[in-house]
Design a protein around this ligand. Structure first.
Ligand code: NAG
Ligand code: NAG
Ligand code: NAG
Ligand code: NAG
Ligand code: NAG
Ligand code: NAG
Length: 720
């Protein structure tokens, strides 16, 4: 979005630039320059149509650089031209003789369409002493076509006389002819230093060596003037030597700076200004008037540009065209008026409020900088420095806090990821059966109010995930696991689906020791049921037989029927869970062992020694027969409802074994609740199986499958 905006802005400025570059001052196909002089329409050169009538310019290329002249046809009395005449005076016989008359086109200096004026070089008059009694006067003048577009500017020109004669001073006359009549008037000024040159001073044009006279503001529109000397008195004692001449010129106001050096030399100033001195002429479209508001423009209306307007000519008839405010260029050509980039003209367009200049069409704006506001025409800061400092400090602190928060968060996230990887996440991702929980998924369950079990391995929590009741096993942290090994175990476990084995639903790997999520089994463990405090539920033999048979079935399945042999390693009543129908479900297969083994000291044996196969304790080699031994202890607990303990030399086991050795029936060892006569055979059979399981010769122990089958048969015989 930003990019597009920038692009648009760039394109916009480009557009303005190209427009500016294309802004023509002349009509299409017409030359717009002669030498160094720009020729804007309605002035023009070349073919008809490149200029309006009266505005034709000719370019004389024999000069270097070429010079532009207002066109005229010699002999045309109405033409715009300059006039030069030479007149000789003789003091000897008071005679006057005209020596020559000359007409030439007016050279164009420059044109300002904006001011509706042009400057032309106008000739300088001189009056010089040629001998004690003889004088030579070179009168000069300018004639503008009185039907043409030009008028002499009354306000922008001034009559200047330069001379140092005592009495016969520079008396300059001016002849004028009004454009609509033949009225004329004389303008003059007087310069007299009485022949004493030091009375003249540089820069001052106030009658001593230099004089000037402005035209009265109400002067009628002028088209013609002539410059000359009106002799007051012939004075033979005029100063000679260095200042034999006086001069006169009609020149742009303030242009001429008097210098005493201009008094010296014969024809000194005339030679210095041989090309002429600038004379301001005004131009206008004399034919026609501005259309009144709402009126349609006349057919040959000259204000062609958009954003231009028409104004009455300041003097004389007709109108001029102007570019609208905030535009400049040539209003006389189509698209001549261009938007002004005011910001590039800081002298003319200031931001008085101290803001930054921004150009726009039809003007410019001065928005205050960031943190500033325009108050009473001045950009001032919204917040005082103190407030700013406070805001800055607070913002700084906030940023710091945010940064540290982000760092902690990232660290946490990195740790989470690290754990996930370490705990075999990538491997487990490939296993479809297992769900990998996020820390957040289980967060609501891992609260002390949800704890349902505690032990050396850690804690078990109960709760719901995705509307399924689960038990979450959270091992004590700080265990180091072989990630691949753990992952593999989890995968294997998750593939085991058996009604007598607690189903592993998933795990959470984003903690240093992975948490395991199991299906929740409602009645708790066999250990709780048999030995739990308080409400000791009476358990009939059938229930016990079923628990034994199905547990054995589950174990047998794990040992042989599952496609990979899985050993339990810690078979005990606490790991046999019971559902609401007393159906047993074995929990804590290999994984728990895996976790526990890493957690506890390597030297200590894992699992409960009470149920531990003594052979395994000796060799350290866990086999399926180790599980068989533990199952034997479990059967004994089931039928005696007594807790086997390792500490009292495993009296429960030894009591049964002793009784069996002696060939006695262990009747008194059975739980009184089930020791009814009709049960004794089954109980004896159970004892027999248990004792076989407890055989210290591993090879003599039955396999779990055999145990399961025998228990199944026992169970079935009961139901017949
Ligand atoms: C150009 O100027 C020269 C010198 O003043 C003059 O002789 C010549 O006639 C002029 N040419 C034109 C075309 O006006
Ligand atoms: C010329 O005119 C002046 C006064 O204007 C006069 O004093 C003088 O005698 C005249 N000279 C001749 C030769 O006529
Ligand atoms: C000539 O112009 C002047 C001023 O513009 C005006 O007062 C005068 O009446 C005009 N004369 C004629 C004959 O048009
Ligand atoms: C006027 O200025 C010129 C140089 O521009 C200098 O030669 C001349 O002496 C100055 N005149 C006076 C009176 O200072
Ligand atoms: C006269 O002086 C003014 C101001 O210093 C300057 O702008 C102007 O160009 C001067 N004129 C000439 C003919 O040098
Ligand atoms: C312009 O001149 C016309 C007549 O030439 C006149 O009616 C009009 O009021 C003038 N407009 C202005 C703004 O002076």
């Amino acid at each position: 979005m930003l990019f597009i905006l920038l692009l648009a802005a760039a394109a916009g400025s480009d557009f303005i630039l190209s427009q500016a570059a294309a802004a023509e001052i002349a009509l299409e196909g017409c030359p717009d320059k002669c030498g160094d002089v720009s020729i804007p329409y309605p002035f023009g050169m070349g073919k008809a149509g490149c200029f309006l009538p009266g505005f034709e310019v000719t370019c004389n290329a024999s000069f270097q650089p070429p010079r532009a002249f207002l066109a005229y046809t010699p002999g045309d009395g109405k033409a715009t031209l300059q006039i030069k005449q030479s007149v000789a005076y003789s003091g000897a016989d008071n005679s006057t003789s005209q020596l020559s008359t000359e007409q030439a086109p007016l050279e164009l200096m420059d044109v300002s369409v904006e001011k509706a004026e042009a400057r032309v070089y106008s000739p300088v008059m001189s009056y010089c002493r040629t001998s004690l009694s003889d004088r030579l006067m070179k009168t000069t003048g300018v004639q503008l076509d009185n039907k043409g577009p030009f008028l002499l500017s009354v306000t922008r020109n001034v009559l200047v006389g330069v001379g140092a004669w005592r009495s016969e001073v520079a008396l300059v006359t001016m002849l004028s002819i009004a454009s609509n009549t033949s009225e004329s008037f004389i303008l003059y000024c007087l310069s007299d230093i009485n022949g004493i040159l030091r009375y003249a001073s540089n820069g001052s044009c106030a009658g001593r060596g230099c004089c000037q006279a402005a035209m009265p503001p109400d002067t009628v529109p002028l088209t013609v003037f002539m410059l000359g000397v009106k002799k007051r008195q012939f004075d033979p004692e005029y100063p000679g030597g260095n200042s034999p001449c006086s001069y006169g010129m009609l020149v742009e106001t303030s242009w001429y700076n008097f210098s005493t050096t201009d008094l010296s030399g014969y024809e000194g100033l005339s030679n210095k200004l041989s090309r002429g001195a600038p004379l301001v002429i005004e131009f206008a479209i004399r034919k026609g008037t501005c259309p009144a508001a709402g009126q349609r423009s006349p057919k040959d209306y000259a204000c062609l540009s958009r954003n231009s307007y028409c104004a009455n000519a300041t003097s004389g008839e007709g109108y001029v065209c102007k570019c609208a405010e905030h535009y400049d260029g040539n209003p006389y050509v189509p698209n001549g008026c261009q938007d002004i980039d005011e910001c590039k003209l800081p002298e003319k367009y200031q931001c008085s409020n101290g803001g930054t200049c921004e150009n726009r069409l039809n003007g410019y704006d001065c928005p205050c900088g960031p943190g500033m506001t325009n108050k009473g025409g001045k950009c001032s800061e919204i917040f005082p420095t103190v407030a700013k400092a406070v805001v800055g400090a607070v913002a700084g602190l906030l940023v710091l806090a945010l940064l540290s928060f982000i760092i902690i968060l990232r660290k946490e996230r990195r740790k989470t990821k690290e754990f996930y990887r370490k705990n075999g996440g990538p491997t487990l991702e490939k296993a479809k059966m297992i769900k990998i929980y996020k820390k957040e998924d289980l967060k609501h369950i891992l609260m002390s109010s949800n704890v349902i079990g505690k032990g050396g391995f850690g804690e078990v929590f109960k709760g719901f995930v995705d509307k399924v009741e689960v038990a979450v096993k959270k091992p004590i942290t700080g265990n180091l696991l072989e990630s691949e090994q753990f992952a593999n175990e989890v995968i294997i476990q998750s593939q085991v689906i058996h009604r007598n084995i607690v189903r592993l639903l998933g795990c959470c790997l984003e903690v240093d020791t992975p948490m395991l999520v199991y299906e929740f089994i409602s009645k708790g463990s066999m250990d709780d049921i048999l030995h739990g405090e308080g409400n000791k539920e009476p358990l009939n033999l059938d229930v016990r037989l079923r628990i034994a048979a199905e547990s054995a079935h589950g174990l047998a399945y794990m040992h042989s029927q599952a496609h990979i042999k899985i050993l339990h390693g810690d078979v005990k009543p606490a790991n046999i869970l019971l559902d609401e129908n007393f159906a047993p479900k074995i929990s804590d297969f290999g994984i728990s062992r895996l976790i526990a083994r890493d957690k506890e000291h390597a030297a200590t044996v894992i699992g409960d020694r009470t149920y531990m196969d003594p052979v395994y304790l000796q060799t350290g080699l866990l086999t399926e027969k180790s599980d068989v031994y533990s199952f034997g202890v479990l059967i004994l607990e089931l039928i005696s409802r007594k807790k086997a303990t390792y500490s009292d030399n495993n009296s429960l086991v030894s009591s049964f074994l002793d009784a069996h050795k002696k060939g006695e029936k262990a009747t008194e060892l059975f739980d009184k609740d089930i020791a009814a006569t009709e049960n004794l055979e089954v109980l004896d059979n159970l004892t027999e199986i248990a004792v076989e399981c407890l055989n210290l010769d591993v090879d003599q122990r039955p396999s779990m499958t055999e145990v399961a089958e025998r228990l199944l048969i026992l169970n079935r015989s009961r139901k017949l």
